[in-house]
Write a protein that binds this ligand. Structure first.
Ligand SMILES: Cc1ncc(COP(=O)(O)O)c(C=O)c1O
Length: 390
């Protein structure tokens, strides 16, 4: 079975993890620090904070952005539920700004309306869907006008860049950016995430929140009498000054991610080549088209999504997925619009308010795209699809 996505592990990755197991330090050691330094340098951000998942990273980012009771986090309906849940975890409300049907990313026009409807919005979370960077200058202008900050959900977009050449993660258009290292993502840690920022106060807050709310670096102590004995600092002493979490990542996960990170350019180059080849091969098909019409030259190419004219092919999506499966080809739908989830419906969201997301959801299908998909496998996928949707 060819899956829609998967990781690629080599002997070097395995050695890197085994070396950590032999090193005696399994968590809070030098490899986590090195991974943070390397990601920060690569994307061009001042700070990076590694966490146990992008979900944890989005939660901490929402808190650091000031989302809380009485305020709102706005995200895209077409994302994994974690982007929206972050606002709820932080105690705030969630709202959605519909997608642009050409890019499947949050549309600036919809964000403008969502901001007007939610005057106490603290954070806007655009999602670089499938690795294609959002129109960040337009989104930032709108957020700036209302005092909201931007948290980029770059779970799909490590290695992607903006049209001006800056890397996603540099936070040139945002306060924070969050990456994921789940196995189907650009590089795998098993589970893992990273938050980047250029803001020192935010960085310090993220470090505290990641580890129980305990003071970090040279954060000022509050209770000096407890912290010292006869004027000397107590060596065991730490202070919890706010409520934090345990969202740390291990040395093993970071060793794997660092080893994978060495191959990132190779991974993305191959994904780009495969995506271009799909584009060329599907250009002759009558009943399907690439979901993201343009601008994918600098995408992270996390997913390859087709929009299929099911009315014309005489087969519904369940039938198509089944036929693909019978041919050993995996596929998936990214994503069910978040406001359609029962939890969000109960909060009062209606799908009629997100017409582009719902229309996209009706005809989208992700087909296999990953580093070691071979040319022969890709040709077979296209041949099978030719019969079914060509
Ligand atoms: C857009 C998006 N945001 C957030 C996440 C959450 O990432 P993680 O699994 O690392 O928590 C995912 C994961 O699938 C995602 O696709």
């Amino acid at each position: 079975m060819i899956p829609y996505g998967k990781h690629y592990i080599d002997e070097e990755d395995i050695r890197a993890v085994v070396n950590v197991l032999r090193s005696g330090i399994l968590t809070q050691g030098p490899i986590v620090d090195q991974f943070e330094r390397e990601i920060a340098a690569y994307v061009g951000a001042r700070y990076a904070v590694a966490v146990s998942s992008a979900t944890a990273g989005l939660h901490l980012a929402a808190l650091a952005a000031g989302v809380g009771p009485g305020s709102t986090l706005i995200t895209s309906p077409i994302t994994f539920i974690a982007s929206a849940n972050a606002g709820i975890y932080a105690g705030g409300n969630v709202a959605f700004a519909d997608i642009d049907p050409q890019t499947i990313n949050m549309s600036p026009a919809s964000l403008k309306i969502a901001l007007a409807n939610n005057p106490n919005t603290k954070a806007v979370v655009p999602v670089h869907f499938a690795g294609l960077p959002c129109d960040m200058p337009a989104l930032k202008l709108l957020a700036d006008n209302t005092g909201a900050v931007i948290i980029e959900d770059a779970a799909h977009a490590l290695g992607a860049s903006y049209p001006n050449g800056g890397m996603v993660g540099s936070c040139q258009h945002s306060l924070m950016t969050v990456f994921s290292f789940h196995p189907v993502k650009a590089i795998a840690a098993g589970e893992g995430g990273m938050i980047t920022t250029n803001d020192e106060a935010v960085y310090r807050k993220l470090l505290r929140l990641r580890s129980h709310g305990i003071n970090k670096l040279d954060d000022a102590l509050v209770l000096h009498s407890q912290a010292t004995t006869d004027g000397e600092p107590n060596p065991w002493y730490y202070e919890m000054q706010e409520l934090g979490f345990h969202y740390r990542i291990t040395e093993m996960q970071c060793a794997l991610a660092l080893s994978q990170f060495k191959k990132l350019n190779q991974f993305i180059t191959r994904r780009r080549t495969l995506a271009k080849r799909y584009d060329d091969l599907f250009s002759a098909f009558k009943n399907c088209r690439q979901a993201q019409a343009a601008g994918r030259n600098f995408s992270g190419h996390h997913l390859y999504v087709l929009r299929i004219d099911f009315n014309s092919i005489g087969l519904n999506r369940v039938g198509l997925i089944k036929k693909l499966k019978d041919n050993g080809i995996g596929s998936q739908v990214h994503y069910i619009p978040v406001p359609m989830q029962p939890y969000y419906r109960k909060l009062g969201f209606r799908q009629d308010d997100f017409i582009h997301s719902v229309s996209y959801y009706r005809d989208a299908l992700s087909i296999p795209l990953f580093y070691d998909l071979t040319d022969a496998q890709q040709e077979r996928i296209v041949t099978v699809l030719q019969d079914l949707v060509g």
